[in-house]
Design a protein around this ligand. Structure first.
Ligand code: AQP
Length: 336
């Protein structure tokens, strides 16, 4: 199952929740980097369905989105023969280690998590215990595989720091058990903002569909959303403080074209926001088109997606077993 070469490579783990249509924020902050790291590292990419039920989901939609999320990973360029792709609930070790880490995470630590504060404000009618302990389950996801690096967007930085604290604490109490992971946050694209409110991050569960661009949005919709994007009244394309909307569009354009901010400023010198927004919309739509075509092909072959899920779950279970045995032994549980 594993060869020596794989064992020598550093381990990467990351995931996306199937809680909506994946956005270009998820793509630029996480998935695009997963693809670029896949050759150099031993990569494990997960569809984190257990996390998604911290917010109420419609079961039929959730089921469809689990397939869709996996299909987006592959369509974006992750080769299931090189990386392990699987669905979190298919490996029960995540929930098992999650419980153990719940018991090693402090109430005060979890109370400080900004995502918990944001999400409990958004879902005031359903502030459940899972929403609160989400970061401990995320720590379990990562620590199970003795992960070295976790490529994520900026919004997950605090959770990665907590995962490190939990690992250090556990190792301190019971002796060396977990590798202490590092976050890997990209230079550009780490925080893509909402198009309708550029002071907030772009989110796939935003009830306002004009705030996000989904990876699977049609070209016309993508262009329309960029045309409507909130900017400012200066009408000069330049990256500067107080120009959140334009800065965000420049970041998006930079991520998709590889151009620097200075190059973008030069390209649009003397042109208005209309031209710039149009160029961003066209570029994003054109770059997403091949991913969308591959996605449609994959979604028409559920049997193939299921075979990837199955194969990935076996590898994930095999790899996490070693960590779980170690954890249970260290805790004093009886092993028969
Ligand atoms: N706006 C963003 N910019 C850059 N990176 C982002 N990520 C999310 N939004 C942005 C990164 O995408 C990965 C997967 O995120 P997630 O699904 O685990 O949950 P999230 O961070 O809460 O993302 P969303 O889209 O906002 O989901 P919902 O709306 O369901 O809460 C992570 O690496 C994240 O950093």
């Amino acid at each position: 199952m594993e060869n020596n070469q794989t064992e020598a490579k550093k381990v990467i783990f990351s995931g996306v929740q199937p809680s909506g249509l994946l956005t270009i924020g998820n793509y630029l902050g996480a998935i695009k980097n997963w693809v670029s790291l896949a050759d150099e590292y031993d990569c494990i990419y997960c569809v984190v369905d257990l996390h998604s039920i911290t917010v109420r989901q419609v079961p039929a939609e959730l089921r469809r989105r689990i397939y869709e999320t996996l299909a987006v990973y592959i369509a974006a360029g992750i080769d299931p023969e090189k990386s392990t792709l699987f669905v979190q609930s298919h490996n029960p070790a995540h929930a098992e280690l999650g419980w153990v880490l719940d018991c090693h995470t402090q109430f005060g630590e979890l109370s400080r998590m900004t995502q918990f504060k944001d999400k409990s404000a958004k879902h005031a009618d359903n502030i459940n215990a899972g929403l609160f302990t989400y970061p401990a389950l995320m720590a379990a996801d990562i620590l199970l595989y003795q992960t070295d690096l976790v490529p994520v967007g900026l919004d997950q930085k605090q959770h990665i720091e907590l995962a490190r604290d939990i690992a250090v604490r556990f190792n301190g109490i019971y002796g060396d058990t977990f590798k202490v992971p590092e976050g890997f946050i990209p230079q550009t694209g780490a925080k893509i903002a909402s198009l309708s409110d550029p002071t907030r991050k772009m989110s796939k569960s935003d009830p306002n569909a004009n705030g996000y661009v989904a990876i699977l949005d049609k070209k016309d919709d993508i262009i329309r959303k960029f045309k409507r994007a909130v900017t400012d009244s200066e009408a000069v394309v330049r990256f500067a403080e107080g120009k959140d909307g334009i800065n965000n569009l420049m970041n998006i354009y930079s991520c998709f074209t590889g151009k620097t901010h200075a190059e973008i400023e030069a390209e649009f010198a003397g042109k208005g926001y209309g031209d710039f927004k149009m160029a961003v919309g066209e570029t994003v739509a054109d770059k997403l088109a091949p991913i969308q075509a591959e996605f449609n092909r994959l979604m028409a072959d559920k049997a193939y997606l299921e075979s990837i899920m199955k194969q990935g779950a076996e590898v994930a279970a095999y790899r996490s077993k070693k960590t779980m045995r170690k954890v249970y032994k260290k805790l004093g549980f009886v092993q028969v």
